[in-house]
Design a protein around this ligand. Structure first.
Ligand code: KMH
Ligand code: ZN
Length: 294
């Protein structure tokens, strides 16, 4: 049985300490919890940057501080820097700058035009969180960014929010701007125009992948987060956990840290007969050869 890569998504670009005081926002917190998560079994750390007020930031120097802090403390995990933050209104060109400047081994790449998020709250008789998140404005722009990733030997983690985005992946692959193996992150369970976190939907999406692609699931929200792990493992996928996606450890219990959540994922994985991949195994599985943040 091949080992399973565990990614820990430490902080995200949206909810902050108001959702869980243990959610790390500042570089020192992110570094400390990143080290704990790596030691607990996370082979990839998915990182966002936040400014002094805890708001999502695309400032490359904040990312640099986090990366250097982790590497300086001996962290060997693969670092996956987020170019996300569109949801926080950060412009594309600013979000992509970290790729040529920091040349991470992996960076996220939301491979589509965007989606409407939010839900209708019957109690409040109103739409809540109602917003359109714009990602790319054209296939040409998407191709240009894919070339930027490839030129800097940064592997894109292709964020897929719904099945139409699989067409974009196939088209970019046809254009020859995506290196193998593809790394696809199925983001499931966000309220609004995003795929519901069900096994049936996951099977449909996985069957739509190009041959040889490696994939993981970001199951968003407490009701989805740990529930989907079993299906992901049974289908040969990789796992993502962390306070970016879910601030709860268990029903009604806020997570104490990202390390605690990774420990739970490792326990579940081992109970199911799996084993977390080491960072070296991860680099081999994903054929990572680039990046200056190794
Ligand atoms: N925030 C998650 C829903 C990114 O950072 O670019 C997906 C994500 C994407 O982590
Ligand atoms: Zn993210």
């Amino acid at each position: 049985m091949a080992p399973t890569i565990i990614t820990c998504a430490l902080t995200g670009a949206q909810q902050g300490k108001e959702a869980n005081p243990a959610l790390p926002e500042q570089p020192d917190e992110i570094i400390a919890q990143g080290l704990d998560a790596w030691r607990a079994g996370a082979a990839i750390l998915h990182l966002h940057a936040r400014d002094g007020n805890g708001k999502a930031s695309s400032d490359v120097e904040i990312f640099r501080r986090i990366v250097e802090g982790l590497r300086g403390a001996g962290c060997e995990a693969v670092l996956n820097l987020s170019t996300g933050g569109a949801v926080a209104g950060l412009p594309l060109d600013e979000r992509i700058r970290l790729v040529p400047v920091l040349q991470p081994e992996i960076a996220s790449f939301s491979v589509g035009g965007g989606s409407m998020l939010g839900r209708y709250d019957r109690g409040a008789d109103a739409w809540v969180g109602d917003r359109f998140v714009q990602l790319f404005t054209s296939h040409g722009e998407m191709e240009h960014v894919a070339r930027t990733f490839r030129d800097n030997r940064t592997r894109p983690e292709l964020e897929v929010y719904h099945s139409g985005m699989l067409n974009n992946i196939a088209a970019l692959q046809e254009r020859g701007v995506l290196d193998d193996p593809l790394l696809v992150n199925f983001v499931m369970g966000i309220s609004g125009e995003c795929t519901k976190a069900t096994v049936k939907n996951l099977l449909f999406m996985v069957e739509g992948l190009p041959a040889g692609a490696e994939w993981l699931v970001s199951a968003i929200g407490a009701s989805n987060h740990f529930r989907m792990l079993g299906a992901v493992f049974a289908m040969g996928g990789h796992i993502r956990v962390g306070l970016e996606d879910n601030v709860y450890y268990a029903r009604g219990e806020l997570a104490a840290s990202n390390g605690q959540v990774v420990e739970k994922a490792v326990r579940i994985l081992r109970e199911l007969g799996g084993e977390p991949a080491t960072p070296e195994e991860t680099r081999r599985i994903l054929n990572l050869s680039g990046g200056t943040t190794t």
